[in-house]
Design a protein around this ligand. Structure first.
Ligand SMILES: [Zn+2]
Length: 78
């Protein structure tokens, strides 16, 4: 196992391997968190609402708060 101590640049082969694994894990964690945040954002942008015009109730986007049935203003339900 002597070749594992071979110096490549400032680190030995073993250190490079460890850093590569750590980097891979960090990258994986980062993408997982990013994906989770994106998923949470897309679901949290939907709010439970009720239409003032026709009484329709359901989930609409925060950014598009009009009734899908009649186009009237929608109120937020809690
Ligand atoms: Zn409506």
């Amino acid at each position: 196992m002597e070749h594992l101590d071979t110096m490549i640049g400032p680190f030995s082969f073993m250190e490079w391997a460890i850093y590569l694994v750590l980097f891979g894990l960090a990258l994986q964690t980062y993408t997982a968190i990013k994906r989770k945040m994106a998923a949470e954002q897309s679901t949290s942008s939907l709010i439970k609402s009720k239409c003032l015009g026709c009484g329709w109730s359901g989930k609409v986007s925060k950014h598009h708060r009009s009734c899908p049935r009649c186009g009237n203003v929608i109120t937020r339900l809690k």
